[in-house]
Design a protein around this ligand. Structure first.
Ligand SMILES: [Zn+2]
Length: 106
């Protein structure tokens, strides 16, 4: 099931929000779940990718499945980040993962 807010990513978080004194539960992707109500509203109305609200993406906390979901723009950002961090081993591991994906179409 896709995120009820952005509709882009898989819903993985039960997100409880209180708006105007009423608490409601929504199923959100982990990107939307960590943003405030204003950001959620803008994502919904303007169709912004929730990942674009993040300055820094902690690639160590992203699973392979989540990585696959991300847009090319975001994946490029992660690649740049890996290079900037000088974490060569992580970068190579990530490259290997991308290569494997291309070799094994599902
Ligand atoms: Zn979302």
């Amino acid at each position: 099931m896709k995120c009820e807010n952005c509709g882009k990513y898989e819903a993985r978080v039960k997100d409880y929000r209180t708006i105007d004194g009423i608490t409601g539960k929504a199923l959100h992707c982990k990107w939307c779940a960590n943003l405030d109500d204003v950001a959620l509203y803008r994502i919904r109305v303007e169709g912004i990718d929730p990942v674009s609200f993040y300055e820094f993406i902690d690639y160590e906390k992203i699973s392979i499945e989540e990585l696959e979901e991300l847009s090319e723009v975001v994946r490029n950002r992660i690649e740049e980040q890996l290079e900037d961090d000088g974490d060569l081993e992580k970068f190579l591991e990530y490259e290997r993962h991308l290569t494997l994906r291309e070799e094994q179409p599902r």
